[in-house]
Design a protein around this ligand. Structure first.
Ligand code: HMG
Ligand code: MG
Length: 301
């Protein structure tokens, strides 16, 4: 049956902004994150400690993260992306206690996003996960291209399961299955989840991360919920996309997700009106309307 409660892993400030061409001021990012937390989100991915040339928008991680200290103190989880030991050093120096490594199920995306083969990227993550765990940090393992890859086409389930297992074997606490370019459909979601369970991966360690490129994100989410998944990634206002994945548009909008979960009677702790107001505010800062259907419906005057 469906879970009674879903933990929303909010990625708007990271996945949502990483692709924005014009630099968003650090103070605006901090206020965005603060408003998301005020709307009831308890996991708000804050930024990435990646190479600043690779993702210029998040080059202010050192300035941003310390501005969020009071939120961390108030029990809001603020995970950050970390690809390698250099990134981990930067995150740990600021006291981060939740990190995420990000692998790829396909070779093409591993090369484009990490400048590594899949095996080399796992080797790069190994000391990151080990050191983070030693220090008591929580580690998420993202896995991109779990359904389709813009260069390689549909990605075989067995290939995804192999890399997923490898990430968990490194010591990741949870896995986030990324449909980076949004081509997945519900039957494919069911097959992948069943194959992961068959390979010994428990559903309670799995989160889902859908991009809404083909309008499938909510249907895919429902399929995952029916399978027992209770961690869902989403981006306020539907912001987002990966700069290194051709044709990746915004994530599942958090408002669209909360509308569905509210209707199903599934608890999230999120105040939809406050969240919508936050996305409208952010859309004004970015100078274009939110693509979220729910934001548009609720903010239409
Ligand atoms: P590289 O060029 O191979 O790096 O990039 P390197 O290890 O050869 O190092 C080169 C130089 O970069 C060195 O400096 C390092 O110190 C420096 P030098 O010694 O030459 O002066 N360097 C760094 N500086 C600051 N912070 C660092 C860092 N690392 C190295 N962390 C690298 C390899 C992994 C760094 C690069 O490819 C990179 O930063 N990639 C990040 C790409 C990215 O952030 N993509 C978006 C996130 S993934 C995503 O959006 C998908 C997701 O949402 C799920 C889904 O939708 O599927 C998560
Ligand atoms: Mg993503």
């Amino acid at each position: 049956g469906l879970p009674a409660r879903v933990r929303i892993h909010e990625v708007g400030a990271r996945d949502g902004l990483q692709n924005e061409k014009t630099a968003v001021p650090t103070e605006v990012k901090a206020e965005f994150i603060r408003r998301l937390a005020d709307a009831g989100l308890r996991t708000v991915e804050a930024t990435s400690f990646v190479h600043p040339k690779w993702v210029p928008q998040l080059a202010d991680a050192e300035q941003l993260y310390p501005q969020l200290a009071d939120l961390a103190g108030a029990g809001v989880h603020l995970p950050v992306l970390v690809p390698n030991e250099r990134g981990l050093d930067r995150a740990l120096a600021l006291g981060a206690d939740r990190i995420a490594v990000f692998g790829s199920a396909t070779e093409t995306f591993a090369a484009r996003n990490l400048n590594r083969t899949v095996a080399e990227s796992l080797a790069m993550f190994e000391p990151v996960v080990a050191r983070a765990k030693e220090g008591g940090a929580h580690v998420r393992g993202y896995l991109s291209m779990c359904f389709g890859d813009p260069w390689e086409g549909p990605v075989p389930v067995a290939q995804v399961v192999g890399v997923a297992k490898a990430l968990l074997d490194l010591g990741c606490d949870e896995l986030s299955l990324g449909d980076t370019i949004g081509t997945g459909t519900p039957g494919h979601v069911r097959s992948l989840l069943a194959a992961l369970n068959g390979a010994g991966v428990a559903t309670d360690r799995i989160g889902v991360h859908f991009h809404d490129t083909y309008g499938q994100a909510l249907a895919n989410t429902l399929a995952a919920l029916e399978h027992g998944v209770a961690t869902v990634d989403a981006s306020a206002g539907g912001l987002g996309g990966c700069p290194y994945a051709k044709s990746a548009t915004g994530n599942l909008a958090t408002e669209d997700l909360v509308w569905m979960l509210d209707g199903l009677g599934i608890e999230t702790g999120v105040d939809l009106a406050a969240l919508t107001a936050t996305s409208v505010w952010m859309a004004e800062r970015l100078g274009r309307p939110s693509p979220s259907r729910t934001v548009r419906a609720l903010s239409h005057k």
